[in-house]
Design a protein around this ligand. Structure first.
Ligand SMILES: Nc1nc2c(c(=O)[nH]1)N[C@@H](CN(C=O)c1ccc(C(=O)N[C@@H](CCC(=O)O)C(=O)O)cc1)CN2
Ligand code: MG
Length: 294
């Protein structure tokens, strides 16, 4: 068996197209231009690339983009003042603080300062709690992308056995909640779980978000499983650019899985597209408009 490759580039481009259509509609019918503010602290090269891509894709979708770049030694007080300003700025409907933050800043304090209505990362405790309670919420972008990629293979995942390996606030925990909302049967595993191979063997859907290069092996998988690889690990290559690998041993998994996301070109592509969806949704909710059709 050779697994079908789930093409995140194509699915994300299609989603961005639908967002752009809906943005054009709300601009025309409601004179509302959704706006996203992205805050980058410091100069981590990967974060700079992600923030640039957020800016470009936000503008391409017809939304307003506001970039705020602060030095790595910015004080927590100054960052909180900026967030308060963005909370009150009527042009801004989504606020995202790029993670990770420098170690001198308290991520929790910063995230908690964002107006939950503008929390397009879905990380504020109000949104995380609402998601966990099964209520409507802004949800983190990467898990939303994982669900969309899964649904490109399975129209319904009701009753399917899913395993989520990883329990971060950004991916693993919210993904578990989104899968429960889809009526999947969910096993939560992590780096300390015993006998991951045995747990994976039961799973129709495998989500690897543990941050360990190629940890999930091909012979762990159930034949025909759908594998969604959230890992982005840079492996140093002497004299060349680092190699990008996921948390799944891709070549091994190809022979066993029914469908699998590549790295790069899989889940990562969905993260920014889903951020555009969340910004549009936040803008409509703030202005009392019906939820957009994306
Ligand atoms: N506040 C947030 N911080 C971070 C998030 C987030 O959702 N909110 N996620 C990641 C970084 N990220 C977006 O911020 C992101 C990661 C990866 C990609 C992507 O397109 N990946 C490509 C590979 C790109 C590469 O070469 O590095 C792919 O997988 O095809 C987009 C966005 C952590 N921080
Ligand atoms: Mg984790």
């Amino acid at each position: 068996m050779t697994a079908r490759i789930i093409d995140g580039k194509v699915i994300a481009a299609e989603l961005r197209g639908r967002v752009a259509d809906e943005v054009a509609r709300v601009r025309r019918d409601h004179q509302l231009t959704p706006g996203l503010a992205v805050v980058l602290v410091g100069n981590d090269p990967a974060s700079e690339v992600y923030v640039r891509s957020k800016h470009t894709q936000t503008q391409a979708a017809g939304m307003a983009s506001f970039e705020h770049k602060l030095p790595a030694d910015v004080s927590e007080g100054d960052l909180l003042v900026l967030i308060a300003r963005l909370n009150h700025d009527p042009r801004v409907h989504g606020i995202l603080v790029q993670l990770p933050l420098p170690k001198t800043l308290h991520t929790e304090t910063i995230i908690n300062a964002i107006d939950p209505a503008k929390d397009v990362d879905g990380l504020h405790p109000n949104n995380a709690g609402r998601l966990a309670g099964g209520f409507a919420a802004l949800s983190p972008c990467t898990p939303l992308g994982c669900i969309i990629l899964t649904k490109s293979v399975h129209a319904s995942i009701e009753g399917m056995n899913a395993i989520v390996i990883g329990r971060s606030n950004l991916v693993g925990r919210p993904l578990v909640q989104l899968l429960l909302n889809e009526n999947a049967t969910v096993t939560i595993a992590h780096s300390r779980s015993r006998d991951l191979a045995k747990l994976c063997a039961q799973a129709d859907l495998v989500y690897a978000a543990v941050g360990r290069p190629e940890m999930v092996r091909g012979d762990w998988l159930k034949l025909g499983a759908t594998v969604i690889d959230v890992g982005i690990n840079r492996i140093p290559v002497p004299g060349a650019k680092p190699k990008l690998v996921g948390d799944v041993a891709f070549q091994e998994a190809l022979d066993v899985a029914g469908a699998i996301t590549p790295v790069p070109g899989g889940v990562g592509q969905m993260t920014v597209a889903c951020l555009l969806v969340n910004t549009l949704r936040a803008a409509c909710a703030i202005h009392g408009l019906p939820a957009p059709a994306v």
